[in-house]
Structure formats: C-alpha cells, structure tokens
Write a protein that binds this ligand. Sequence first.
Ligand code: NAD
Length: 251
Amino acid sequence: MISSATPSAPVLVTGAASGIGLACAHRLAAAGHPVALVDRDAGRLAEAAGSFDAAAVSVHAADLTDPAAADAAVAAALDRHGDLGAVVNAAGAVRGGTVVDTTDEDWRWNLDTNVSSAFYVCRPAVAHLVRRGGGAVVNVASLTALRPIPSRAGYAAAKGAVIAFTRQLALEYGPHGVTANTVCPGAIRTPLLAARFAVEPDAERELTERIPLRRMGEPDELAALVHLLVSGACGYLTGQTLSVDGGLSLV
Ligand SMILES: NC(=O)c1ccc[n+]([C@@H]2O[C@H](COP(=O)([O-])OP(=O)(O)OC[C@H]3O[C@@H](n4cnc5c(N)ncnc54)[C@H](O)[C@@H]3O)[C@@H](O)[C@H]2O)c1
C-alpha cells in the first residue's frame, strides 16, 4: 500500500494563483511533482503558470464554491496528468465581521469559500486516491481557528470546520493509505495579509511585536511543511493540525 504520494506523483493545488498555494506549487514542482494549478482568478493563474515547466503544469480556472466546477477541475487534472497522488487545498479568503454584525451572506460566503471548497475538491480527489491505493491531503486552515482574533466570526468558524473535516478524512481513508493533515498559517506575507494591513495600518507592527520570532513568515516556509506532508517522508503522521506561526500560538 502507498502511504502517501509517490515522489513524482502529480499534485493538485488550489489557491495556486497567489501566496501560499503558489509557493506550495513551486516547492512541489522543484521536487519533481507535476502540478495542477486551480484558482478562481484565471488571469493570475495564467501568469503564475508561466513560472513553471510547461510540460509539468496544467491550469484549471474554477470557482471552487461551485461543486460542479470543482468536479470539473479535478477531472481535467486527472485527464491531463493521468494520476493525482496528493491534493493541497490552499484556496481561501476572509470577510471580516463580529458575530453580531456578520450578515447571512457573509457567513455563507466564508463557509463556502474556506471549507465547502475543500470538501468539493476532496470528494472526487480522495475517491481517486482510494482507487490508486493511497495518497495525501493537506488542507490549509488558519491559526484563527485555534486562537480567535476579533471580527473573524465566519472565517474562524469555517477554518475550524476545515480542521474537523480533515480529521474526518484521516479517519475514513487511513485504511486506504490516505493521510490527511491540516496546516494552520499564522501571519504569512501574502496578498491576503497585505489586504488586511492596507485597512489596518498599525496591524503589521502590532502583530510583529507579538510574534515570538518577531517577523512574518514567508510562503515558502509554509510550503516546505506541505511538501514534507505530501512526500510521505513522515507518512505515519495523519489527522494532525500543525501551526506554522513563528510561535504566535504560544502567546
Ligand atoms: N497569509 C496568511 O497569513 C494566512 C493566515 C492564515 C490562513 N491563511 C490561509 O492560507 C490560504 C492561502 O492564503 P494566502 O495568504 O496565500 O492568500 P492569497 O489571497 O494570496 O491566495 C488565495 C488564493 O485563493 C484563491 N481563491 C479564493 N477563493 C477561491 C475560490 N472560491 N475558488 C478558487 N480559488 C479561490 C484566490 O483567488 C487566491 O489566488 C487561505 O486559505 C488563507 O485563508 C493565510
């Protein structure tokens, strides 16, 4: 039985047009994995694809809040690469709001964008991993799921659900050789965080002062862990939630 993705198996990465997803795709490609890049932003996806070996990359524009689009993206990636040994769900975004001021629409949007998207991708992708005898799932949640910050009601709930969903995957598909783990970024320097700092000018300095390592993380520092989880080098690790946060979860 294969306990994780074989060293050169293709990997599907969502949120691959930017930030953490793009860094994961670059890490995995550098390690010899063909990569299927999925994102809703077709323009940035096409631009990102230019930084990969054209023979070992495919691009699939899809809004993953739409189950049919997610099914189609997984099917197209399988068609193009002939196999998938792992899936990395990094697609996600934030609409802020306290519990009292979060609208129904924003609540559903956070859940659709951050957890339903991962479910819609995993449903067909994990079925394939089971058919091939094993593989790896890595889902990107957030430190916010473990340590709430103000005004993130819908986002925190959605990322908490990512952790529970991933543990469910690990339990159900462990007997089929599939590992499933959650990675929780702290403050990683990406366009998502830049958008927050644009509206909260003091947030970067205040946050950095609280982080034990006294700096933001770089997307590749997250991608290095994702690669390790995909590689099978620690293939006995499953159902776990790992924070990459410079120690922020300690304070
Ligand atoms: N950067 C951080 O500090 C940080 C902290 C905690 C969690 N995260 C999580 O890490 C993941 C990656 O974030 P990032 O910082 O790289 O952000 P980013 O904005 O740079 O990249 C996220 C990508 O996801 C894509 N995306 C969003 N919704 C989508 C959808 N419905 N369908 C398809 N693609 C979609 C976006 O187009 C974008 O390219 C997200 O899940 C985010 O919640 C990031």
